[in-house]
Design a protein. Structure first.
Length: 193
């Protein structure tokens, strides 16, 4: 019985830390987040924080892994050989339904390093499932992977910066065409109208 109470206390403490951290991410830039303020908001002692995390960066890592795991559960529902257009749909649909914390972690300038890391983790996961570029030399795969991951990420960030004025379905269509066919596909489609 005492072990269960301990587990519950540990769980509640972690939840308080994460809740305070999410609030802070939504309210301030990354470099302003401190253990001192986080522990005050979570109403725990600094030593208690360090029982759970070695640093603020370790907390970031934990939160990024949680976000990555949620994405993995979404992407793993589609076949690994699914065309780029469908992968793009899952990617943008997943991001569009995230909370303010995840959106800010990915989009805000001061969190870019963390957001980029999250997406490199997601890309690695996707390539372990299926690598359509395996026939290319590793250096060329790196270029293609950088293009697809950074382009997707930057297009999402721009959509957020523009206040999400483009409907999600149009965003998915537009970004899918760009990733699949490049800018020429947009020009061709525009000339057809």
């Amino acid at each position: 019985m005492q072990e269960r109470q301990m587990d519950l206390r540990v769980q509640k403490t972690r939840e308080a830390i994460k809740k305070a951290f999410k609030e802070m991410v939504c309210q301030m830039d990354a470099q302003k987040i401190t253990v001192k303020e986080l522990t005050e908001r979570a109403r725990i002692h600094r030593k208690t924080f360090y029982l759970h995390y070695t640093s603020i960066e370790a907390l970031f890592e934990d939160m990024l892994q949680e976000a990555a795991n949620l994405y993995f559960s979404e992407i793993d529902q589609i076949p690994p050989t699914m065309p780029m257009m469908e992968i793009n749909r899952v990617f943008f649909t997943y991001l569009a339904k995230q909370d303010a914390f995840t959106e800010r972690l990915i989009s805000a300038e001061s969190y870019r390093t963390f957001g980029n890391k999250l997406f490199m983790t997601a890309l690695k996961h996707n390539r372990q499932r299926f690598n359509p570029y395996a026939h290319l030399p590793e250096e060329e795969q790196n270029i293609v992977n950088t293009f697809t991951s950074q382009s997707s990420l930057d297009m999402y960030r721009q959509w957020v910066a523009d206040g999400k004025k483009i409907p999600l379905e149009r965003l998915i269509e537009l970004t899918g065409m760009l990733l699949n066919y490049g800018v020429d596909s947009i020009l061709e489609k525009t000339n057809e109208r």
